[in-house]
Design a protein around this ligand. Structure first.
Ligand code: BGC
Length: 626
């Protein structure tokens, strides 16, 4: 992925620790808003406190963690015991040796976490399957001493306790004046097959697929951090409860060949079937990302397929066709497949024609996307969302209009025309905030100049994804797309929390640059920075209809799996990668400005590979907090 923004428009110039205090229950993240039931319970005595919570729950499987705190003399080893009321069945656990006998579960300490000082804690966690009711256990014992009795179980919570605080109470002045149209055919009825048919908003009424590949990456990190930083580990563990997309980033990804971490498409779809609740559709998000000459404006994610006529044939026959064949298998008809179509490609076709590689690739991008849309739209449970980059790339009017025309040109070339596109997605794998809460008006005059004249904005009137998506919606429908198109925002890493985030409007600065610097939540020095951004945090959790049923933004999604690198850079030890991922490198704005790449210092991790420090930072700086 690259997010090269060429926009030389004008001169510009501790889960507070899971256990907080003995007897307090922890708030648990519940996966997709209002869809994943979660529960927690706690128990305490002078000897020990046990706080149990479910970190995710698909209806047929769940994750559980128990934060046990030693309120007495130091332990040299511990053994936790509790019992379920239902048929919960242990699958695998970590931070302890988990065993189950009937309804009784026991967890023995490991060599490295058996010693727990007075006041210390450990957090064993495990995954289970179940059917029926998933009631939280209410009584726990450590080393035979019961922790139960003084705190009753809490009522299960049914969703994340953190609703996006970025709701548009501060509606950007740049939002369209037209009232949002309510889709005439709201998908209130779910087909009994559980997701077949083709609804307007595939996320409504559906559960979310949790990729075991991703939860595996997260859980490994949780286990690694548990000893040194149990507070961080507890926050990290929550990440396993949210859906992230599965990337088909090369032909071999379809079968999962040669990758010990990431499984193939069919495996994932079978897992999705296993996670599906009766009569409820499940959303599976897949990224289509292997065009000929991919990532033409950068070097972090160059593709395997050449930008040639033969390459296009290879893309069609060896990449799109096999994917379509798998997705079209009738056994997967109840899965709502949300396909993110070729990030960065058409945006590069619009703004990067000055780069020979993009000029060469453009016809193959256009024909390739047309082919993908045709093949995927022909499968009624597949939903196509075309990538529209982000506000800091296509926000200038000189880019936005031509971009909408380009998307329409490609869609209109398909058999079904614009109907082959269900909607669009912005901010894929980028870091641009959903809103800039203290900068709602890009034309506000400060020191006699409009805010968008600040160097950071370079006369781009769209400061955030909310305003950008609303404006893009107007442009796209103006080009003939259906009013029912849905806009998605990848909020996986656009949170920008942490100590640097402004918490209130500071209206004292008297120049546009100082005013913007004092008030923007986006902590990048340059909006064109895109690789492994230092200081970034997890953004709003995946949410269905974050602004209500009539807003064109139909869901927040996590397409880029947080913790997977954006790319590496050429170094003494290897030649691959992109200088724009080098923490010591620079980006330029096209107007003479040079900036740090903003990449996390001290690391060099290839695109798509696990990047522990990045994950830790993003969880730490999550906004809203994890
Ligand atoms: C990389 C892919 C990777 C994806 C998800 C992209 O930036 O190019 O290889 O699968 O991110 O991490």
């Amino acid at each position: 992925m690259n997010q090269d923004s060429v926009h030389n428009e004008r001169p510009a110039r501790r889960l507070t620790s899971a256990f907080v205090a003995a007897g307090l229950t922890m708030a648990v993240a519940g996966g997709f808003a209002a869809l994943t039931a979660t529960s927690s319970s706690a128990a305490t005595t002078p000897g020990c406190t046990a706080v149990y919570s479910t970190t995710w729950d698909s209806g047929s499987g769940f994750g559980a963690q128990v934060v046990i705190t030693n309120n007495g003399p130091a332990w040299t080893s511990w053994n936790l015991t509790y019992a379920y009321a239902g048929n919960q069945a242990l699958q695998s656990g970590w931070n302890g040796t988990w065993t189950q006998s009937g309804k009784n579960v026991s967890v023995a300490s490991l060599s490295w976490n058996g010693a727990v000082a007075s006041g210390g804690s450990v957090t064993p966690a495990a995954n289970f399957t179940y059917s029926g009711t998933n009631a939280a256990p209410t009584s726990f014992a450590v080393n035979g001493v019961t922790c139960s009795g003084t705190v009753p179980p809490t009522t299960p919570s049914t969703g994340p306790t953190t609703t996006p605080s970025t709701t548009p109470t501060t509606t950007p002045t740049t939002t369209p004046t037209t009232t949002p149209t309510t889709p005439s055919t709201t998908p209130t009825t779910t087909p009994s097959s559980g997701g077949g048919g083709h609804v307007v908003n595939p996320f409504v009424g559906a559960s979310q697929y949790l990729s075991p590949d991703y939860t595996g990456e997260v859980n490994t990190q949780v286990a690694a951090d548990q000893g040194a930083n149990p507070t961080l580990a507890a926050s990290e563990a929550k990440m396993a409860g949210y859906q992230t997309a599965v990337w088909m980033d090369r032909i071999a990804a379809i079968t999962g060949t040669g990758d010990t971490v990431h499984h193939g498409l069919q495996w994932h779809l079978d897992q999705a079937l296993a996670q599906q609740k009766p009569n409820t559709p499940i959303v599976f998000e897949v990224v289509i990302y292997d065009l000929p000459g991919r990532d033409c404006a950068a070097l972090a994610s160059n593709g395997e397929i050449p930008a040639t006529a033969a390459g296009l044939t290879q893309y069609e026959s060896q990449y799109i066709d096999p994917i379509a064949t798998i997705l079209a298998n009738p056994k997967y008809a109840g899965i709502r497949v949300v396909a993110v179509i070729e990030p960065d490609s058409l945006p590069n076709a619009v703004t990067n024609q000055s780069k020979p590689a993009c000029q060469t690739a453009t016809p193959f991008y256009e024909t390739g996307v047309e082919y993908a849309l045709n093949k995927l739209h022909a499968i009624s449970n597949v939903y196509n969302y075309v990538d529209i980059a982000h506000s800091a790339w296509l926000g200038w009017s000189s880019n936005m209009g031509p971009a909408a025309q380009e998307f329409a040109k490609v869609a209109k070339a398909t058999t079904a025309g614009v109907a082959s596109v269900d909607g669009f997605i912005s901010d894929t794998a980028n870091y641009t905030p959903t809103t800039e809460p203290f900068l709602p008006n890009s034309t506000l005059q400060v020191g006699g100049n409009p805010l968008d004249s600040a160097k950071f904005y370079q006369y781009n009137p769209y400061f955030d994804e909310y305003s950008y998506d609303q404006a893009m919606y107007t442009q796209l429908t103006g080009q003939g797309f259906s009013p029912n198109i849905g806009m998605l925002i990848d909020t996986s890493r656009n949170g920008w929390g942490g100590p640097s985030r402004p918490t209130a409007l500071n209206s004292s600065p008297t120049t546009v640059d100082s005013y913007v610097a004092a008030n923007k939540v986006d902590q990048r020095s340059f909006r064109g920075d895109w690789c492994n951004q230092n200081g970034a945090g997890i953004g709003a959790r995946p949410t269905v209809q974050p602004y209500g049923a009539s807003n064109h933004i139909i869901a927040f999604v996590w397409i880029k799996p947080p913790g997977e690198s954006d790319g590496d850079y050429p170094s003494a030890s290897h030649s691959h990668g992109d200088p724009h991922c080098d923490p010591a490198g620079t980006n330029t704005d096209g107007n003479g400005g040079t900036y740090s790449t903003g990449s996390i210092p001290g690391y060099d991790v290839p695109a798509g590979q696990w990047f522990a420090a990045e994950f830790q930072q993003e969880v730490t700086n999550a906004y809203p907090a994890m």
